[in-house]
Design a protein around this ligand. Structure first.
Ligand SMILES: Nc1ncnc2c1ncn2[C@@H]1O[C@H](COP(=O)(O)OP(=O)(O)OP(=O)(O)O)[C@@H](O)[C@H]1O
Ligand SMILES: [Mg+2]
Length: 200
């Protein structure tokens, strides 16, 4: 059995069925490209896999680490190791990139505000962030800014990949991360994505 297995997934949005039996088996270290014309349901598949509340699952299963992830909340899916880079990243006013990244990382490490041993140290966090910003050719002026607030289209896409690089998911779903990027940015994003690839 594959490590991540989508079987006969059916899902609808606003009462209209979009996914009509999608099956895909993915094993560790593999990269799969899902292609289809505009409106064919690629983003619907991404959102459904991650548990977006606007999409209704009508049937099928998605098995990862022995669990049907369709039964889990989005945050539980993230903690299990799933990540989605949005096609259209949303602005989150009031939350800075740094705060968001630190909180997300700590949450993934199981830090609930009590057991300080699970918390990432400021030094480790800064050094990790510095490395990943370098790969993406982003400067640290992004860090105090609110998430995606005033970011250009290409900057938003790079910010998504920065989140992926920091969170080190086991499976990353990248919804048209390359669209809207200039030639240099495509290379930087590809470098960051390839750094994540490995046998595990
Ligand atoms: N909230 C919604 N209400 C109604 N229809 C929706 C909604 N969200 C998605 N759809 C419809 O679902 C279909 C699939 O859309 P989806 O965004 O998944 O396509 P896509 O393959 O990602 O397209 P693109 O290449 O343009 O990104 C489209 O016909 C779209 O209009
Ligand atoms: Mg789409």
């Amino acid at each position: 059995m594959a490590d991540f297995e989508i079987k006969d997934l059916r899902a609808s949005v606003e009462g209209r069925q979009i996914l009509k039996g999608v099956s895909l088996a993915i094993s560790k270290g593999e990269v799969h490209a899902v292609m289809g014309p505009n409106g064919s349901g690629k983003s619907t598949l991404s959102h459904t896999l991650m548990g977006h509340p606007g999409y209704t699952v009508d049937g099928g299963s998605v098995i990862f680490k022995g669990q049907n992830v369709l039964e889990l909340e989005p945050d539980e899916r993230a903690r299990l190791g799933m990540f989605l880079a949005f096609q259209y990243p949303v602005v989150v006013p009031g939350i800075s990139m740094t705060n968001f990244l630190r909180t997300a990382l700590n949450s993934k490490r199981g830090y609930d505000g009590k057991d300080k041993s699970k918390q990432i140290s400021p030094k480790e966090f800064r050094s990790m962030l510095k490395d990943e910003l370098e790969v993406l050719h982003m400067d640290d002026s992004f860090l105090p800014r609110y998430i995606n607030d005033g970011f250009s289209g290409g900057e938003k896409k790079r910010a998504e990949i920065l989140q992926m690089a920091m969170l080190r998911p086991e499976i990353a779903i990248l919804d048209e991360t390359d669209s809207g990027l200039d030639i240099d940015s495509i290379k930087f994003v590809a470098d960051a994505v390839n750094r994540m690839r490995g046998p595990d």
